[in-house]
Ligand binder design. Structure first.
Ligand SMILES: C[S@@+](CC[C@H](N)C(=O)[O-])C[C@H]1O[C@@H](n2cnc3c(N)ncnc32)[C@H](O)[C@@H]1O
Length: 320
């Protein structure tokens, strides 16, 4: 291992030693840990220019292996390094991020969990959920009852849980899709337990990549008034994404809306996701790049809503 990284790691070991046995977070110690972890970020990122994609992946893996003895103490780092559901960003991980407190209740693991849930994107994901609930309520309030809604890659559907029993006033005809069967079942249970009437809600295990086909998508789902997806579009490569958005735009009734939050690559640190964990499969896009994709796919205006987190913005496309 490079000597700069070795020296960084021995300082990190010292900081972590001082955290052993803690049962609550001391904010001064938390800041010390955060500064020490971040201290190697610029160095790792600056080396990227000299590496081809394969060599870069190897470097990132080597970094993780070298730091496993520290980071595997954390529930969330362990999860995001080992992918127990077969991929990063599964609904169980998202649920822990929404919970916004460490999963481990002592020592280094607790501190590292806290570091994980306070990264820009973790904060952004919580803000995305808040804004999504608000945007959905605003759409439901100004529309007739019985809107046809499609939630793609629903995960736990926390934004609907947060709206709570008020959902019942809207009598929505709701379809929830996710390719993880456990996620859709979890969603249904969560909403049912909250007193939301799920009798008119469909929960389907479905691969969203099939949505690229306009004719198949319309045959399968019929027209929709509100279509949204949080946390999937960032993972889809541009040519496929253009087809998918175009197909979803076609699926909208006149007056319908497509709600699509995207990450903004200028406002999060890739070191957190490419080195500290293996969560690098989302595409790095700017606001303008996302807008260009959406305009190319729909040939219509795109409204952008900035959230209180710069890491994630909302893009709304209305069918006139
Ligand atoms: C980052 S989570 C977001 C979940 C939820 N929308 C939220 O905001 O909490 C991404 C979700 O996408 C699902 N997913 C990933 N690829 C998918 C695909 N090709 N088709 C359907 N769902 C997919 C995962 O199972 C996971 O539940």
């Amino acid at each position: 291992m490079n000597s700069k990284v070795e020296s960084w790691k021995s300082k990190l070991d010292e900081v972590c030693e001082s955290l052993k046995g803690s049962t609550s977070i001391d904010l001064t110690k938390m800041n010390e840990l955060e500064s020490q972890i971040m201290d190697v970020s610029n160095f790792m990122l600056s080396n990227e220019e000299n590496l081809n994609p394969e060599a870069l992946k190897k470097e990132q893996l080597k970094f993780r292996t070298y730091t496993d003895d520290i980071f595997m103490n954390s529930h969330l780092y362990k999860r995001a390094r080992t992918w127990p559901r077969g991929y990063a960003g599964d609904y169980e991980t998202l649920e822990k991020i929404y919970h916004a407190t460490p999963v481990k209740n002592e020592g280094v693991g607790m501190y590292l969990d806290n570091y994980f849930i306070t990264r820009e994107l973790a904060r952004g994901v919580r803000e995305r959920k808040r804004v999504l609930s608000k945007v959905l309520i605003s759409e439901f309030e100004k529309r007739e009852k019985k809107q046809k809604v499609l939630n793609i890659a629903c995960g736990s559907s926390r934004e609907i849980f947060d709206i709570g029993k008020k959902m019942n006033n809207y009598e929505a005809d709701f379809t929830f899709l996710d390719y993880d069967k456990d996620a859709v079942n979890y969603s249904r249970l969560l909403l049912f337990n909250e007193g939301i009437d799920v009798r008119n809600f469909k929960f389907m295990k479905y691969n969203a990549l099939n949505l690229v086909s306009e004719t198949e998508t319309e045959a399968e789902f019929g027209k929709k008034d509100i279509i949204y997806s949080a946390g999937l579009f960032d993972y889809i490569k541009t040519d496929v994404l253009i087809k998918m958005i175009s197909s979803l735009y076609n699926l909208l009734e006149d007056g319908g809306v497509l709600i699509a939050p995207f990450k903004d690559k200028e406002n999060y640190n890739t070191f957190d996701y490419h080195y500290l964990v293996d969560w690098s499969y989302f595409y790095q896009r700017t606001i303008d790049e996302v807008k260009d994709i959406l305009v190319e796919a729909t040939n219509t205006e795109v409204e952008i809503i900035n959230t209180k987190s710069p890491a994630i913005n909302f893009f709304l496309i209305r069918k006139k």
